[in-house]
Design a binder for this molecule. Structure first.
Ligand code: SAM
Length: 286
């Protein structure tokens, strides 16, 4: 496991700033670009177009294909940390029985309920409350990167309690594995790109603060599987997708990838070792 730091600049302040990991619901909402409401909450087609199909290069569609391939419509499913819950709503429309949850009920959830009367949601901090109700399957997509090793253990234990024997658990830890590739991107490329941008802004008489934010933790596949096994889960399937997003986080690489076929070819090969989407299907041992 490696501490995952994000480096960026903030023109509204000066000096050097260290920010801790997001913990309050509003901090998570900000990290997700703000869980704001808009006109798309008036119409299902617009809602799915904006919040499902056009999110992070089809990330949510990849999630749903995996869920549809591994879970059944008659399964009672709990989605943890569902955020805006648009992927879950898409599956609900297809006849899946999904209950969503996140730290807090927000206006996006209340308004989703107006557009989709069958939307089920309740507030849940999976690290603080173990569930009394049982489910056939649990999903936790793009949230585990927030948890340290102790919290990861609590997570798997609480999920295990919420599952019927033989129940399924689908996770994407969030981001690529801890490897030399992500180490280079996080701690070298992105760090020094932010530094270069600061120097340019300084020369343009626009000083800004250097911000180091503790984003979360990078873990290898083995580390995830070992933690799950310790809580009584067995791995039954995986899917890897999106071999480019980790590289696109760098403005320089992003620009290069837009313009150069060769850069795209090279990244599509190296990127196989750094998939942004890593889906794991576990089963709770009966
Ligand atoms: C990166 S977002 C992912 C949202 C959604 N699953 C997706 O893939 O777009 C992480 C979400 O995890 C939620 N979260 C963070 N800690 C949590 C916890 N302890 N229990 C439940 N949800 C949590 C945040 O509120 C946030 O909505």
């Amino acid at each position: 496991m490696r501490k995952w730091i994000k480096y960026f600049n903030d023109r509204s302040i000066k000096g050097k700033v260290f920010q801790g990991k997001s913990s309050a619901p509003e901090e998570h909402a900000r990290d997700m670009g703000g869980y704001h409401l808009d006109e798309t909450y008036k119409n299902k087609t617009d809602f799915f177009e904006t919040w499902y199909l056009n999110q992070n290069d089809g990330r949510l569609e990849v999630y749903n294909q995996f869920i549809q391939g591994n879970l059944d419509k008659k399964d009672k499913i709990l989605s943890l940390a569902s955020g805006r819950s648009s992927a879950e709503l898409y599956l609900t429309e297809k006849g899946y029985d999904i209950t969503c949850s996140d730290l807090e009920e927000l206006s996006i959830h209340r308004n989703a309920k107006l557009l989709f009367p069958e939307f089920k949601f309740f507030p849940l901090d999976i690290l603080r409350s173990s569930l009394s109700e049982k489910y056939d399957a649990v999903t936790a997509l793009s949230v585990l990167y927030l948890f340290d090793d102790y919290e990861l253990r609590i997570f798997f234990e609480n999920v295990s309690v919420a599952l019927n024997p033989g129940g399924g658990l689908i996770i994407d830890p969030g981001g690529a594995s801890d490897s030399w590739i992500t180490l280079l991107i996080d701690n070298f490329l992105l760090k020094y790109e932010a530094c270069l941008q600061r120097i340019i802004l300084f020369c343009l008489n626009k000083p800004c603060a250097a911000v180091e934010k503790h984003h979360g933790f990078r873990r290898s596949d083995d580390e995830i599987v070992t933690a799950a096994k310790a809580a009584g889960f067995v791995l039954v399937g995986t899917k890897y997708d999106d071999f480019i997003s980790e590289f696109r986080r760098s403005p320089i690489l992003g620009a290069l990838l837009k313009r150069s076929n060769l850069a795209r070819k090279v990244v599509s090969v190296i990127g196989r070792k750094a998939p942004y989407i890593r889906l794991f299907m576990f089963k709770r041992i009966e």
